[in-house]
Design a protein around this ligand. Structure first.
Ligand SMILES: Cc1cc2nc3c(=O)[nH]c(=O)nc-3n(C[C@H](O)[C@H](O)[C@H](O)COP(=O)(O)OP(=O)(O)OC[C@H]3O[C@@H](n4cnc5c(N)ncnc54)[C@H](O)[C@@H]3O)c2cc1C
Length: 465
């Protein structure tokens, strides 16, 4: 992104506080892995970023059809938002999940053993070589030896585990020789614009949030940014809310201006008009900044006495400009569909939210990144990191499919570096139900690749590189 922005807008376009760098991978490097993930999880829907139409999209609804028509009238290109048809989002609670299914397949391959209900405490080293993991289970502290360790504990715990893994060879934490661990932290904010379609019942609660019409006309570099004072954008989605969609409806978010949220008046307004409110949502991308970071909290510890993670984050001027620009387009979309009144919910930073990024980013330069293009710590073959902690940028879409694609690639690359063929493929297993599990160790030399958790990929999209 750094070089594309410099080329498109001139070298001074980015605020000096912005620490963004290029991904060390191209879309062509990742596309084969995205394709595998899409086949494995049966992702369906319209063109994501590669332009491939994925068969079997979720059924359109009156709301998504209406919004698709409105987008076309404005000259935009609507498509059914990609969604994983095999996933937690659509499975009834008793039916298990993709993560259960993949885990079961990995275990039945004989290459993986699961230690459930365990918490990894630190990565152990012998001198400068990784030798395993110390973990806590059933009140006991145990050690698992390993030739290599893959950290897959999501952004906060990946970073915390690296920082807690101190030793004489790594006094500032593992893979932190350049002081990069915890830096370049980013989070999507949630931007919602509501429209009142007075007197109409839009029926939005009769579907799942994965049933959405999306447009990518204001995502990434798809539009002219000259004079706007920001780069990037977001996918915009008009979704069904589903009865329990987080943040998905006027009851849970903002009533129109003039009515205070959470008051009896707001509840009355929602009861009278909630069915007539249509919404468009965005997850505007955010750039990494020097002041936004994760580190160990000097004042607070967890019950085991280990420092918790401290999160330093906020919204910058370009975040507010990006959101204002997108909100204006979202309002135009709703008005085109017939909304008589449109308002924007307050933009709030989401540093503890659902889409977090960075802290152990990938790059070509060890001075500005933690892992290389394979997701393996620079100069090592015994420590890999998967998850969006390695992302150099957020993109304006959900992270999970790219997490899965990268995890698959990292598994192959690590296996190859350790002398395996790196060609293992997840096997299909029948849907299973099992208690929640936490994987703390695997034998990487024979590990089944692609075992990342799918999450509830209600919007399974490729993040731009
Ligand atoms: C409500 C919600 C909705 C979302 N919707 C979407 C969406 O529509 N599209 C999308 O792309 N993304 C979505 N996301 C984000 C998505 O869930 C994450 O991107 C994805 O789960 C990240 O995968 P991961 O494997 O890296 O981390 P996780 O799924 O968080 O898995 C990390 C695992 O590590 C375990 N762990 C953590 N610390 C330790 C430790 N010290 N020791 C042992 N185990 C540990 C955790 O218990 C967990 O099982 C959503 C998230 C939420 C919460």
């Amino acid at each position: 992104m750094r070089s594309a922005t410099d080329a498109g807008h001139g070298p001074g376009a980015l605020d000096p506080e912005v620490t963004v760098e290029d991904w060390p991978l191209t879309a062509a490097d990742l596309d084969p892995y995205h394709d595998r993930v899409e086949r494995l999880l049966e992702v369906a829907g319209g063109a994501a970023s590669g332009g491939r139409e994925l068969p079997g999209a979720l059924a359109p609804t009156a709301w998504t059809t209406r919004m698709a028509g409105a987008a076309r009238r404005r000259g935009w290109t609507p498509f059914a938002a990609p969604a994983a048809l095999r996933g937690d989002a659509l499975a009834p609670p008793a039916a298990g999940s993709v993560s259960d299914e993949l885990l079961a397949a990995a275990v039945s391959s004989g290459a993986v053993e699961v230690r459930s209900e365990a918490t990894a405490l630190e990565v152990l080293v012998d001198g400068d070589r990784v030798r395993g993991v110390r973990y806590r289970r059933a009140g006991r502290t145990l050690e698992q030896r390993a030739r290599a360790v893959v950290l897959a504990a999501s952004v906060f715990e990946n970073v915390r585990l690296l920082l807690l893994s101190r030793s004489p060879a790594f006094p500032a934490g593992l893979a932190n020789g350049s002081g990069q661990v915890g830096r370049h932290f980013m989070a999507h904010s949630v931007l919602l614009v509501h429209g009142l379609f007075a007197g109409e019942d839009l029926g939005r609660a009769s579907g799942t949030p994965a049933q959405a019409t999306a447009i990518a006309d204001f995502d990434g570099d798809a539009f002219d940014h000259r004079g706007l004072g920001f780069v990037g954008g977001s996918l915009l989605q008009a979704a069904m809310t589903g009865p329990t969609a987080p943040g998905g409806g006027p009851l849970a978010t903002a009533p129109p201006p003039g009515i205070r949220p959470g008051t009896p008046a707001a509840r009355r307004w929602a009861a009278d008009h909630g069915r007539s409110v249509g919404s468009v949502w965005a997850q505007p991308e955010q750039l990494p900044r020097a002041g936004h970071r994760l580190d160990l909290d000097p004042a607070h510890a967890d019950p085991l006495g280990r420092p918790v993670l401290r999160v330093t984050h906020g919204l910058a001027v370009d975040d507010r400009r990006r959101a204002a620009f997108l909100a204006a387009r979202m309002g135009e979309w709703l008005r085109e569909a017939g909304a008589a009144r449109v308002w924007t919910a307050p933009l709030v930073p989401q540093p503890l939210g659902t889409h977090l990024y960075g802290g152990a980013r990938m790059g070509d330069d060890p001075a500005t990144s933690v892992v290389d293009a394979d997701g393996i710590a620079h100069g090592r073959d015994d420590l890999a990191i998967v998850g969006s902690s390695t992302f150099p940028t957020t993109g304006g879409r959900g992270p999970t499919q790219t997490i899965e694609a990268l995890a698959w690639r990292t598994a192959e690359r690590l296996a190859a570096r350790l002398g395996g063929d790196g060609a293992a493929r997840p096997q299909r297993a029948s849907w299973t139900t099992s208690p929640p599990t936490t994987v703390t160790s695997a034998r990487p030399s024979r590990q089944a690749s692609g075992g990342s958790r799918s999450g509830s990929t209600s919007s399974a999209t490729r993040s731009p590189t």
